[in-house]
Ligand binder design. Sequence first.
Ligand SMILES: Cc1cc2nc3c(=O)[nH]c(=O)nc-3n(C[C@H](O)[C@H](O)[C@H](O)COP(=O)(O)OP(=O)(O)OC[C@H]3O[C@@H](n4cnc5c(N)ncnc54)[C@H](O)[C@@H]3O)c2cc1C
Length: 566
Amino acid sequence: MDTDVTIVGCGPVGAVTANLLAQAGHSVDVYEQREEIFQIPRAVAFDDEVMRVFQDAGLGEQMASTVHPPAKKYRFLSARGKTMFNMQTRDYVEVNGWGKVYSFYQPDLEEELRTGFERFDHLSLYEAHEVEGITQREENVVTTVRNRNSNSTREITSEFVVGCDGGSSTVRRLLDIELEDYGFDGKWLVVDIELADGSGLPQYPSQFADPDRPTTFVPVGPNHYRWEFKVLDSESESEVDTQAGIKSLLSNWLTHDDYEIIRKQVYEFHALLADEWRVGRTFLTGDAAHQMPPFAAEGMSTGIRDAQNLAWKVDAVLRGDASSSLLDSYERERKPRAEQNIELSMRLGRLIQMGYPLAFVRDAAFRALHVVPPVHAKLEELSPDPSRLSDGFLSVNHVGRRSRTGLLGRIKSEIGDDESAVGALFPQPTVQDSSGEMSRLDECITGFGLFGRNCDPTSFLSAQDIEYLDEIQCSLFRVPTSVADLVAGDSETSVIYDRDGTLTDWWADYREDVVLVRPDHFVYGMCAPSDLPALIEDLREELESASTTPAAGTAPETDQRNTILE
Ligand SMILES: Cc1cc2nc3c(=O)[nH]c(=O)nc-3n(C[C@H](O)[C@H](O)[C@H](O)COP(=O)(O)OP(=O)(O)OC[C@H]3O[C@@H](n4cnc5c(N)ncnc54)[C@H](O)[C@@H]3O)c2cc1C
């Protein structure tokens, strides 16, 4: 085997996948056809969940110093330029451990991710190398790579291949995977500028839903600003994409020309979803698996969540802790989320790009909605629902149920509204350990996390169960609800106190005192301490189900598609 995992493409998703797998100790080869980082303007925003993934890759603090602080609000303006809603960011730092929305330039972020590679001797990046073929075999997968400088080709054998090769993915084409087209396309002009004094400009992102020229504005850090202008149906691309055309568009904001256009590009967006995300030993992630209009700023973020979901599963299979069937849950968990984000982006796109006279109807509807207090509150808060899994690698027997009180609570419980803890994203509070040390919770966890509220989970488990948890890398925690109980015991279990109360608040809704959390921070199972042995048995069965070694029977025969590009 030349390497454990071959990664095709080193955009943000490939770079995160590589960092996560190398951090887990696996050898990784990354092949990138370009000679340098792509400089064209693309993503400018990501959220706290994505920052948590960077943290998992050991790059949280570095990334925090590269990107720009969370925006405090996000403004939507009507056809007449009036504020439709003004979303304020709630102080989300307490839930995922990071600020709600960060702004950045994609090339800077990609640079930081590649700097992360330097930490690992077992991670190699090959620039100017284009992947041209994939041959799937029962025991491994062979990737054919061409060095674009020497024009020589070589074959790399690995356990798995991850296609992170963007919208026109070669891997997707080689595997003959179809794309579902949602039929939502459009052309926008993106302009990034630098100016010495931007004090006259808003310091928060704004969407101008102006039918005459739908426009997005984003401050991207000190003295850097992004405008995105819809190219109108009546215009040609070459009309707007000129110095004079751009100057004229910017003249609505900037009365002087004391600025420098650092990047500009007309891009065409699409809404596309790959039919299959896994074929045998090969996976698709990021834009290779899904493309969406940029209105919800979710394209890269969705891809980075794919990387996180896939990386811990590949790690578990490579270590022999799980059968390869665990990898089937990757598509089951991630494809519906990508679909939701595509649909959200399309809904926002339709709202923002609405023409006359519908735009006036839209604006009137929003004005009316603001009169209804709960709707007003929702519109004024920039807090999209946190990620949640509804299907996949989750316990079905030990799900944890919200214990609601009052009539409304009982009705909600009856209709099963968002009741289960399973599939929820476990919060990341700042915790204090028994020596007084403070840290973000995820920094204390390696792999799975087993948490007992006011109890040591190991006291309900046999020696074999504890040994098993150790083998699969599960960190153990007692979480006292009183700081007076923050005293180390004599077991392997760490004692942590939730300093900011986030976890305590989250847990208060549930009666069950034990939670088992997956390496990607989603709750696998929740139960009473007396049911813990059964929960661990469930976990073991699920991880080992259809038990095969990673090398054997990874894919049914029909999935072993072997292709070399002509
Ligand atoms: C105007 C605009 C604004 C956006 N704003 C946001 C935003 O605010 N937030 C957000 O989350 N997303 C945003 N996006 C989307 C985001 O930029 C993309 O989703 C993201 O870049 C996809 O990352 P990726 O790694 O999957 O693919 P890419 O970044 O496209 O990387 C794929 C890489 O694979 C390489 N490659 C391709 N084929 C091969 C091959 N055969 N062999 C070797 N290498 C290969 C390519 O050279 C490339 O470097 C925006 C996009 C646009 C266009």
